[in-house]
Design a protein around this ligand. Structure first.
Ligand SMILES: [Zn+2]
Length: 561
């Protein structure tokens, strides 16, 4: 059932001042200023907002300190190594393991590593001479510190602009030029203390199609909240299984753009319902479950203590090395042998499958939805950063191909194409195993030794054990300029290009579109296009459609999924 238009009009009017009232971390927002021409709604929304923004009894206070005032990464640098042969890959993997280095990302031809700048000569001493000439500094100490600080909300950055601040620098300045039509919630990355009340606000204002659900409880006792969006809520009495698409973010704590993008897409679908026929159809066709932070403990830790934390916050056998990598903790092809002796590894997978609490909760929830709640998961988009890649099963090996490999490849190519047309960014599609090894094209493609295990991934488990045919891990912007520290002015552009991909994904899975373009429509995707406003096919956060019918204008019907 669609929301009454009167409600939507009123809610839209009221939502803007409500969300606009959301301040930067960490203070809760004041009640919104109500428009004087809607007096009848004032008491209702006052009550909603008072109720939503009042901290629950069990909530924990935000700390007074932050990662900004106690930088943990002073002296760190980020170095990129270009990999061209197997010896380079093996040597770099061994050295990184020996020195407990933080591998940021790796693609088919480069590896980014964060380390103490003082350690760089030692690292180079362990590497073959070919790599001495094949590395470059992506971020020095100075720019890394600035990039860290610049990901925090603008008001906090503004406080650092005081003339006597040791961190005073133009890079800390607030970002200008933000469109007035964009919701201020998406002008900054937001902490849990803002995200979770915002989710409750969405559910309270859009009762016809938004519900808050809880995936489970984290190691430290936090909820893992999610938004279920759809107009035919699943229940045990439903005669047919409800097709459901899952979109997740924040599995790795420091990948903030994944969390903001999940929220951006959710908000766009929520507010587009009843206003845009494509979105309305997609919400009638599917339930959409959005989990912005699978790893809330780690996410909170990135806000409070260490901006670059990746894992969860679970205690390990080594007192000073906490955390399991949630994306190595699932049961399918779990491969702890390579990492279980090293809890200090950023990819530590624990001593047994599903030892990581949050991975277990997510799997149990998904299994229970399937077995007991008439849910039929048909697709997964697990958002990560960075490197601009669309990865599909398998992650654990390149030696085995998934049964519907061709379909997975075709949909990945379609997602890539939509995102390029939307935001002008090239997203490489590849099997996830290739994203986890060094691989290069020198005539024949050559798989290099792994930098870390690819077993136990969320992607593979959801594909194989839950038998969901279309599962993807999408690594968002950028390609290494900022890495995990993507400036906040990328939040909306990234959200738009992923939203277009999500709409394409939904259309495909609902049978409105066919799998792929014909051969002659395969455009050259190797070179990113310049941003071209005329090619933008986005829906903005206010739900207004720009050229939505042309999102897939180049795709021709050929075969049904
Ligand atoms: Zn990740």
């Amino acid at each position: 059932m669609r929301a009454p238009s009167l409600l939507l009009v009123a809610v839209s009017t009221l939502l803007a001042p409500t969300v606009l009232a959301v301040p930067s971390y960490p203070q809760p927002p004041p009640p919104p200023q109500q428009p004087s021409h809607h007096p009848a709604w004032r008491s209702v929304t006052d009550a909603i907002v008072r109720n939503i923004w009042s901290p629950p009894v069990q909530s924990r206070p935000e700390p007074a300190i932050s990662a900004l005032t106690h930088p943990k990464h002073s002296g760190d640098v980020v170095v990129r190594f270009n990999i061209s042969n197997s010896q380079d890959a093996t040597s770099l993997a061994d050295a990184a393991d020996t020195l407990f280095l933080d591998l940021w990302e790796y693609t088919d031809d480069w590896v980014d590593i964060r380390l103490q700048g003082d350690l760089l000569p030692s690292l180079l001493g362990l590497l073959p001479s070919s790599l001495h000439r094949a590395h470059s500094l992506l971020m020095d100490d100075f720019s890394l510190q600035h990039a860290i600080s610049d990901t925090y909300p603008s008001s906090r950055s503004a406080r650092l602009l005081q003339p006597n601040s040791p961190t005073h620098h133009s890079a800390f300045g607030p970002k200008l030029g933000t469109s007035s039509s964009e919701n201020i919630f998406f002008n900054d990355y937001q902490p849990l203390s803002v995200i979770q009340p915002w989710m409750r606000l969405m559910a309270s204002l859009f009762t016809t199609h938004v519900r808050i659900i809880n995936i489970g409880t984290t190691y430290e006792g936090r909820d893992i909240p999610a938004m279920r969006i759809g107009v035919h809520p699943t229940n045990n009495d439903s005669p047919t299984r409800r097709k459901t698409i899952l979109i997740t973010g924040g599995l790795h704590a420091r990948e903030w753009i994944s969390t903001s993008t999940v929220n951006y897409i959710a908000y766009s679908l929520i507010t587009g319902y009843g206003k845009n026929h494509v979105i309305t159809t997609l919400l009638e066709e599917f339930d959409w479950v959005f989990v912005p932070t699978i790893n809330p403990d780690g996410y909170a830790y990135t806000w409070e203590t260490d901006r670059l934390w990746r894992k969860n916050r679970q205690q390990t056998s080594l007192r000073f090395c906490r955390g399991l990598d949630l994306d190595r903790s699932f049961s399918f092809k779990w491969d702890g042998a390579n990492t279980r002796s090293n809890p200090c590894s950023e990819s530590f997978s624990g001593s047994a499958p599903f030892e990581a609490v949050e991975s277990k909760r997510l799997a149990d929830w998904a299994r229970n939805e399937t077995d007991n709640n008439n849910v039929d998961f048909v697709g997964l988009l697990d958002l990560h950063s960075y490197s601009q890649q669309i990865l599909y099963p398998y992650s654990y090996t390149c030696d085995q191909s998934p049964p519907n490999l061709e379909n997975l490849q075709e949909v990945a190519a379609g997602l890539s194409k939509v995102m390029r047309l939307s935001g002008g960014r090239y997203y490489q599609s590849a099997p996830a195993c290739e994203g986890n090894v060094g691989l290069v094209s020198t005539g024949d493609r050559q798989v290099f030794p792994r930098f870390e295990t690819g077993g136990g991934s969320f992607l593979d488990w959801f594909y194989h054990d839950l038998k969901v045919k279309y599962t993807y891990q999408v690594k968002l912007r950028d390609r290494g300029t900022y890495g995990f520290l993507l400036p906040r002015d990328h939040i909306v552009p990234t959200g738009k290009e992923v939203l277009d991909a999500v709409i394409y994904f939904g259309k495909l899975l609902s049978g409105q579109l066919d799998l792929t373009a014909t051969e002659e429509e395969q455009v050259e995707l190797k070179q990113p296009l310049q941003q071209d406003e005329e090619n933008m096919t986005s829906i903005d956060v206010d739900g207004e459609v720009e050229d939505d019918e042309n999102v897939m204008v180049e795709l021709r019907r050929r075969s049904r999924i």
